[in-house]
Design a protein around this ligand. Structure first.
Ligand SMILES: CC(C)(COP(=O)(O)OP(=O)(O)OC[C@H]1O[C@@H](n2cnc3c(N)ncnc32)[C@H](O)[C@@H]1OP(=O)(O)O)[C@@H](O)C(=O)NCCC(=O)NCCS
Length: 171
């Protein structure tokens, strides 16, 4: 399977916050933003894996800056690293007002998607990622320890089985 560049699956999605998307304070509701992040991440993962993908997990998300009704929200999703059948996608969220003013970075999160076969049942092997820029390399290198942490928190790995985290905390 031919390894792929990050740029081959980079995905940008733009939305305008409409009344249906808001909470009682007239700001974008957190759950709706997470939905958009999941969609942008899923498109990116599907492109990288060239397969059906499902969301396996989402790491910590914090909502740092409110996004008001009428604001324009841009979501940028990039693959950081592919493992065996799962891939980590970094989704960043930016917003500005309708005239392009008050541009800001609002939040970001790491999503894990698993690629499935055409019957949408069994996980399948996926292409590796080739990091090219310094930033891509940093995200690629740190992906292993994020993976260990999420597998431990998800009850799929024992803390004593971790390598990267042990090195980080015990070295
Ligand atoms: C994700 C899913 C396909 C994994 O199935 P599974 O039988 O546990 O498969 P495996 O044990 O073979 O694991 C497959 C991959 O998923 C990864 N994975 C599974 N659970 C994970 C989790 N909670 N966090 C991160 N990765 C996870 C494994 O590490 C493995 O990755 P790797 O092959 O790169 O090492 C399955 O749990 C599922 O279908 N979940 C529901 C997905 C869904 O419907 N999402 C939408 C929201 S409801």
């Amino acid at each position: 399977m031919k390894p792929k560049k990050v740029s081959e699956s980079k995905t940008t999605m733009t939305e305008m916050v409409m009344p249906n998307d808001t909470n009682p304070l007239n700001n974008l509701m957190g759950g709706n933003l997470m939905r958009w992040m999941d969609i942008a991440g899923g498109i990116c993962a599907g492109k990288h894996c060239e397969a059906f993908v499902v969301t396996a997990s989402v790491d910590h998300v914090s909502f740092q800056k409110p996004i008001a009704m009428g604001d324009i929200v841009t979501l940028e999703a990039s693959v950081t690293r592919a493992f065996n059948t799962s891939v980590e996608i970094y989704v960043e969220v930016f917003a500005h007002d309708m005239k392009g003013g008050n541009p800001r970075r609002c939040n970001a999160a790491y999503f894990t998607f698993v690629a499935l076969d055409d019957e949408k049942k069994s996980p399948i092997k996926i292409p590796k990622v080739v990091p090219l820029t310094n930033e891509e390399q940093k995200l690629f290198d740190s992906a292993k320890r994020r993976r260990e942490l999420r597998l431990i928190l998800g009850g799929r790995m024992k803390p004593e089985e971790s390598k990267e985290l042990k090195e980080l905390f015990l070295s």
